[in-house]
Design a protein around this ligand. Structure first.
Ligand code: SF4
Length: 466
């Protein structure tokens, strides 16, 4: 579902509609920061915005068509504003912008700027150019300059308990169903010193939990100050030294890049939360080979066994595709069987849908939609049972919960368990931004309920200097 990024009014108003993943949400924040020096402030109201940006995602079915239909609504709004003598600039960013490029300019005259994910630091220049010349532009090259170095420092003054930090972009794996290697380009890792500094700034603003993001985050390989290559495990160890950061997470990982050091970290770094998102996509080796996944079902299970040896209580999450071209009932049964054996705490499952330009789009043996639907329903019922089983097993346990905000009911606050479950308790607002021990009393359909550890007395913690 799309979500809207918002901020106040003032000279020029900016509305960003974000589709897709956490990396897009991060990019939207950064685009707002890039445009802030040019006098743009975020607004919730698309109708009131001088600049509208659609930050698009290419992962879902018919992604491009959805963007064009959204642009139809934007066009009506632009025309209504024009009638009142007010101009509106329209930009399309994100993965659809990267994939469609000039095609967007040709098909949607309402669009002034098309900007790919690797070029968003050039947005202020593109906006200034569109305003002064009225020229429409497409910026989807993979520029030589380092996007992250060119982006302004994050400093929105807002207080969040948890933050995402992109540390890696792009992918060299070329799974045959996926557009990421084409839309986000080759694997690129940010420098560790830059990431450490960004996390220090975030922690000084009250952030206690950081999730490192990357399309293939565990392939991270930054150059350390010592000149050597830093792995994701080394980077996490360094970030754990920050006394104000209490929790670390990372996503999304590829099984092929789960090295020994990273697995060991789940056992010896208490700040690394026991939650791992590790897509396996299919349980049949024949389908995994056709997907170019570089692992077999047995490799995946052996990896899970090693991770569970290191951290027995770890919550595992995954992505699964059903109905990949050529998938038979027997192949699908292998997916169900692997799913039953691993017992996931969380999962994201999808029907295969062809992405133009990817190798799988041209494979023979496309599976009829009715079959995909049936298989997905069976798989999702199994995954739901597994998720509920995991949640139920936490009832009766005492867990540290990081509180991030008020609950829906008066007097209630809400937070996250180490396993990323939402937890609601009766408690004071002063706990927001902090961790407290909670006795889990019940598991609902989407969240847990608990009571504050008995005898718990709230005291303002000593803030670490950062
Ligand atoms: S590893 Fe992930 S991002 Fe890379 S090609 Fe495969 S599915 Fe896409």
């Amino acid at each position: 579902m799309p979500n809207k990024r918002t901020m106040a009014t003032s000279p020029k108003k900016l509305h960003i509609k974000t589709f897709g993943c956490q990396m897009n949400a991060y990019d939207s924040e950064r685009m707002a920061e890039v445009l802030q020096p040019a006098g743009y402030e975020l607004t919730d109201e698309a109708n009131d915005a001088d600049l509208v940006i659609l930050n698009t995602c290419h992962i879902r079915e018919k992604a491009a068509e959805k963007v064009y239909s959204e642009l139809g609504r934007v066009r009506l709004n632009k025309e209504a504003r024009k009638a009142k003598g007010r101009d509106t600039l329209v930009a399309v960013a994100g993965c659809v912008a990267q994939a469609e490029g000039e095609e967007i300019i040709a098909r949607a005259p309402v669009v002034d700027i098309v900007v790919g994910p690797q070029s968003l630091h050039r947005l202020a220049d593109l906006v200034a150019e569109a305003q002064s010349t009225g020229k429409r532009s497409v910026e989807t090259e993979f520029p030589a300059e380092d996007k992250f170095a060119a982006l302004p420092v994050r400093a929105d003054g807002k207080r969040h308990v948890s933050a995402f930090v992109t540390v890696q972009e792009g992918c060299d794996k070329f799974c045959t169903f996926c557009v990421v290697p084409y839309t986000r380009g080759a694997e690129y890792s940010r420098e560790p010193a830059e990431i450490v500094a960004e996390v220090e700034r975030l922690s000084a603003r009250g952030v206690r939990e950081v999730t490192l993001l990357g399309q293939n985050v565990n392939a991270y390989h930054g150059s350390g100050v010592d000149g050597g290559r830093w792995s994701l495990a080394q980077l996490l160890r360094k970030l754990a030294e920050n006394p104000a950061i209490e929790r670390l997470r990372f996503t999304t990982s590829h099984p092929h890049d789960m090295d020994d050091d990273l697995i060991a970290l789940f056992g010896d770094e208490p700040k690394l939360m026991p939650y791992l998102h590790l897509p396996f996509q299919a349980g049949s080796d024949r389908i995994l080979a056709a997907m170019n996944r570089k692992h077999t079902a047995a490799d995946y299970e052996a990896l899970i066994a090693r991770i569970r040896d290191t951290r027995p209580d770890i919550a595992l999450s995954t992505d699964i595709i059903v109905g990949f071209p050529g998938e038979t009932d027997a192949d699908f049964e292998e997916t169900l069987s692997l799913t039953r054996r691993v017992r996931f705490a969380q999962a994201f499952s999808f029907k295969y849908s062809a992405r133009p330009g990817t190798p799988a789009a041209n494979l023979d043996g496309q599976v009829p939609d009715s079959v995909k639907k049936e298989r997905l329903a069976v798989l999702q019922a199994l995954l739901e049972e597994s998720r509920r089983g995991f949640d139920q097993a936490t009832v009766g346990r005492r867990m540290p919960v990081l509180f991030g905000g008020k609950g829906r009911k008066p007097g209630q606050i809400t937070g996250r368990s180490p396993y990323l479950q939402a937890v609601h308790v009766e408690g004071p607002d002063t706990l927001i931004g902090h961790i407290a021990e909670v006795d889990i009393s019940a598991a609902g359909p989407n969240s847990l309920t608990g009571v504050m550890k008995s005898g718990f007395e709230w005291r303002e913690p000593v803030q670490a200097a950062v």
